[in-house]
Structures are given as structure tokens and as C-alpha cells.
Write a protein that binds this ligand. Structure first.
Ligand SMILES: [Zn+2]
Length: 391
């Protein structure tokens, strides 16, 4: 069901197109909330024009004239670059409105989880403006009351998602994640803080089940922005850490073993988390099987091969884009359009702080930045990222 409100509201459609583009483009910001906040003042949609035109206008409006003399100007330059790439992203028509796409995704996502033998119940998926009482103040994009909670409150057993928080692709991954929790809830132990269970929900929900409808690059971007951001609440990094634990188990036991673990319930998952943390995770009594190539590739990149630590200030990233072995610092500054009085000391500070390159006699030496430029050209996971300033 499409909400006429969401489908017709130009601001909501622009927001949805912005997020769809973010998840389908090679962006380099390391904090998605700060990026969206920083882009906000440039994003205006007038009646009659399409969201892509509004994104292109925002990119032009953000782009500064003249040399990039400080982080504010560098932020605007990077905003312009990112918004242009977001506007250029080819967004399939079926992913907006996000509410319709979410409802369309329920059956294929459930089918993927059911194919692993997970005993899903038939609770509905409900998009709401406010969670049912007494949960109205829950500040999450999705809320799934546990069986005991729902019974005590006299509310319907459902997966609730907040309408104003829906995003293309992202809401499908949240739905898939929450459906995994409904299985452990079924197995009987009290609702509560979950630890490794979050990683299992990320792996079986986001990485496996959501892949029924969400393309792999969007899944990677969602997990990268959601779990490997910088300057965000530690909660999100913890989700990434639990995904890494779940990936260890996946490599040993496959989807079959993880599905058996989820079906066994929360107490068993807690025991297994202790086994992971004490190095006994390869000795568990779990069935093995069901290794899936695209899930393995996604996990290998996110939990194995990635380098999430290189997060730079906006001006430092623009300078790093031109770092090359043998170049003088003045040449790098000229290529980046940064005044040398500003750029030379900043390059020295980056060299000292990051081990990306060395500066000797005003010349770049031993740079490893070029290989990360190659990664970017080849469409790999971004290594050098920038941190938008807080609002
Ligand atoms: Zn969860």
C-alpha cells in the first residue's frame, strides 16, 4: 500500500532519491547523518521538477569558487562532488516510493529466511507514523515488541517501521534484520540486549535475506555507512563488531549452522558468543553447510579486507587525492587548488599522523596513497574517507 502522503510529498521523494543515490554511488563521506545534514541547506525541490534535477542544482550551489583555503570550502567542494555522483546514480524505478518497495520486499525476504529453515511466524509488517502505545516514544527506525512485551501491552505482534524514517534499500535490510530477531524471540528467552544475536541478524537478515531484492553494492554501502562510520555513536560500531563475529561463524559453519544457532534461541547464542570470545568457536556442535558466494564476498570485504581507519578532515582528503611519490608539496597543493601556506603544513601533519606517505625535504616519499586511488577507480570499497563537520 502506498501512503498518498509519502508518494506525493516532494520533500519526501527528494529525501528518498538522495538515500537511494547514496547507497548506489561511490561516496567517500564517513558519517552519513552529518553528510545529509550538511547537504540539507542546498537541497530544495520545487513542484514539477524531479529529484535528480534538485540534486544537480544542489551540487552546483554547494561548489565553491576559487582556491580551497579551509575545511569549510573543502567541505563544500566534497559535498558538490558527492551530490553530483549521487545524482548520476542509476536508481531502479521500483525502489521508490520506499514504502511500496518495502511491502514488495516482504515476501521474497521472508522466503529467503524460510529457505534456511528458520521458523518465522506470520506477524504482519506495518508502516506507522507512531509506534503503538505504550511504545510511541521509541526513537528507532523499526520496533519489534517481543512476545512478552506485546502481550503485556495488549498490542499487535508486528514488525513496525516508522514512515518518516523509511529509506530505499535500507528499510528492507532493517526488515530482514528484525525478522531474524522474531525467530529468537519465538525460542522463548526474554527480550533484551542481544550481543552476538545482532551480528547474526545482520548476517542472515541484511547480508543474506535482504539480498533477495537489494543489489550487492547497495548492501555494501548500507553496512559501510551504518557500521563503519566515524564520529557516530559507539552502538553502531558494536553492530559491526558483532557482524565480524558472526562472519567468523559463517566461515566455519555456513548459513546452515547460523540458522540452526538462531533457531536454538538466545541462551545458545549467548554460549556461542562466549565461545567466540574465548577462541573456541571452531569446536561448537553446529551443523555445517550452505556457503553462498555473494554472501561470502560481501562479508570478506566488510569484515576482512576493509580499511575503515583512514578518515581525514575534508581539506586533507582533497590534498591526499593528489599525493604521489616524488611530487613536491607545492605541486600537490597546486593540483588540489589549495594555497601552499595552508596545504604544506596540512600535508606534513597528515604524513605524521597516518603512515600514508612520508615527507622529506618538501617532497612526498614512500606513498601508499596511489594504490588506494586505484581501488577507487576500480570501484572497490573507499579507503580514504572524509568526515563532514558536525552540524
Ligand atoms: Zn537487532
Amino acid at each position: 500500500m502506498i501512503s498518498p502522503h509519502v508518494a506525493a510529498d516532494p520533500a519526501a521523494r527528494l529525501r528518498e532519491r538522495l538515500y537511494a543515490g547514496i547507497y548506489l554511488s561511490p561516496t567517500r563521506f564517513a558519517n552519513i547523518e552529518r553528510f545529509v545534514d550538511a547537504a540539507g541547506p542546498y537541497l530544495h525541490r520545487t513542484d514539477g521538477d524531479d529529484p535528480v534535477a534538485a540534486l544537480r542544482r544542489a551540487a552546483s550551489a554547494a561548489r565553491p569558487d576559487g582556491p580551497l583555503a579551509d575545511d569549510d570550502l573543502a567541505t563544500r567542494w566534497l559535498l558538490a562532488e558527492e551530490l553530483r555522483s549521487i545524482a548520476d546514480a542509476e536508481v531502479p524505478a521500483a525502489v521508490v516510493p520506499a514504502e511500496q518497495a518495502l511491502h514488495d520486499a516482504v515476501a521474497p525476504v521472508r522466503a529467503r529466511l524460510a529457505a534456511l529453515g528458520l521458523p518465522l511466524d506470520d506477524r504482519p509488517v506495518s508502516v506507522v507514523d507512531r509506534y503503538p502505545a505504550p511504545f510511541g516514544d521509541v526513537g528507532l527506525a523499526a520496533f519489534v515488541p517481543g512476545r512478552d512485551q506485546a502481550r503485556a501491552a495488549g498490542t499487535e505482534l508486528a514488525v513496525h517501521l516508522r514512515r518518516d524514517r523509511l529509506r530505499p534499500f535500507h528499510s528492507v535490510t532493517i526488515l530482514a534484520h528484525e525478522l531474524v530477531h522474531t525467530v529468537t524471540d519465538r525460542a522463548g528467552t526474554p527480550y533484551g540486549i542481544k550481543g552476538l544475536e545482532e551480528g547474526l541478524a545482520e548476517l542472515l537478515g541484511c547480508c543474506w535475506a535482504a539480498a533477495a531484492v537489494v543489489p550487492a553494492p547497495a548492501l555494501r554501502a548500507i553496512l559501510l555507512h551504518g557500521r563503519q562510520g566515524a564520529g557516530r555513536a559507539p552502538l553502531w560500531t558494536v553492530y559491526g563488531d558483532h557482524l565480524r563475529q558472526a562472519a567468523l561463524l559463517y566461515r566455519e559453519y555456513g548459513l546452515t549452522g547460523l540458522a540452526a544457532l538462531v533457531t536454538a534461541g538466545r541462551e545458545r547464542i549467548r554460549e556461542v558468543e562466549v565461545a567466540v570470545l574465548t577462541g573456541r568457536h571452531r569446536d561448537l556442535d553446529l551443523p555445517r553447510g550452505g556457503w553462498d558466494e555473494s554472501t561470502a564476498r560481501l562479508l570478506d570485504g566488510l569484515t576482512g579486507g576493509s580499511l575503515p581507519s583512514y578518515v581525514l578532515a575534508p581539506l586533507d582528503l582533497l590534498l591526499a587525492d593528489h599525493v604521489q611519490d616524488g611530487r613536491t608539496l607545492a605541486e600537490v597543493c597546486a593540483l588540489a587548488d589549495v594555497p601552499p601556506a595552508v596545504g604544506v603544513p596540512r600535508l606534513g601533519a597528515t604524513a605524521a599522523a597516518t603512515a600514508l606517505f612520508r615527507v622529506d625535504g618538501e617532497v612526498v616519499h614512500d606513498s601508499i596513497v596511489e594504490r588506494y586511488h586505484t581501488v577507487r577507480r576500480l570501484g572497490g570499497q573507499p579507503v580514504l574517507r572524509w568526515l563532514p563537520p558536525p552540524a
